[in-house]
Design a protein around this ligand. Structure first.
Ligand code: DC
Length: 229
């Protein structure tokens, strides 16, 4: 009998530990890792490069409809291709990080990307991470995790991540940025960041990456067992 493959949704605010956890859980289960934030970042990069003024321009819809975004697993990481170009690094720039909340709040942008995420995930065997996976993209996901962490823990993580890339930042500045992004992501009209009623909340403030991964993998195994797969 072939084993059933789950759809696993991991949602939560910026720097809550979603990406690393999703990547490692996917590797442990032999599933695909879909970083939906990277998809919104790639579109944002294209919008910024196009020089479009005012993010609500009609041309954005056209632009999004004529864009290809691919996520390719390479050596345990995800390579992000925007119209064939590797943009894995440029989508993490401060300019993209600042603009992504505005671009991702445009309904038509979300429609196109949500359809694409459903297409990639519908066969199962996927770990999708984002803000609206358990509420909008896959409301029937087999397992939903909502990750949270204190502002302090998240700022420290971001600082460490940036330091690895040779960028020094002030902790208070980072906390301010994270608060601002939380506010924007949670209060927007389109698919705001929200815990699904049936999601398991996981506070990662005092957890190691290994503990987070173990928690999600165990839950996935329980779900598979419960359905006799
Ligand atoms: O996870 P991240 O920080 O790379 O996400 C970048 C932005 O994209 C984030 O500010 C909110 C948005 N986003 C979204 O609106 N919906 C998703 N499913 C994933 C990300």
């Amino acid at each position: 009998m072939t084993q059933r493959k789950l759809v696993i949704a991991i949602d939560g605010p910026a720097a809550s530990g979603k990406s690393t956890t999703a990547k490692l859980v996917a590797a442990r289960l032999g599933y695909l890792h879909i970083d939906t934030g990277a998809m919104y970042r790639a579109i944002t990069l294209k919008v910024l490069r196009s020089g479009l003024q005012g993010f609500y321009s009609k041309r954005i819809v056209e632009l999004v409809s004529n864009t290809s975004i691919e996520l390719q697993p390479v050596n345990g990481s995800l390579k992000i291709l925007l119209d064939g170009e590797d943009v894995s690094e440029s989508i993490r720039s401060p300019e993209v990080t600042t603009a992504v909340s505005s671009v991702s709040s445009i309904r038509q942008v979300r429609q196109v990307l949500v359809n694409e995420q459903r297409r990639i995930g519908k066969q199962g065997g996927v770990v999708l991470e984002g803000r609206d996976i358990g509420t909008v993209v896959f409301p029937d996901a087999d397992l939903k995790i909502f990750m949270i962490a204190s502002i302090e823990a998240r700022a420290v993580r971001r600082q460490r991540e940036l330091r690895q890339n040779g960028i020094e930042t002030n902790l208070e500045t980072l906390k301010g940025e994270i608060r601002q992004r939380d506010e924007k992501d949670s209060t927007r009209d389109e698919s705001p960041l929200k815990k699904a009623d049936d999601a398991i909340e996981l506070d990662t403030s005092d957890m190691t990456i290994e503990q987070q991964v173990e928690f999600v993998v165990r839950k996935a195994q329980e779900r598979l067992k419960a359905t006799g797969s």
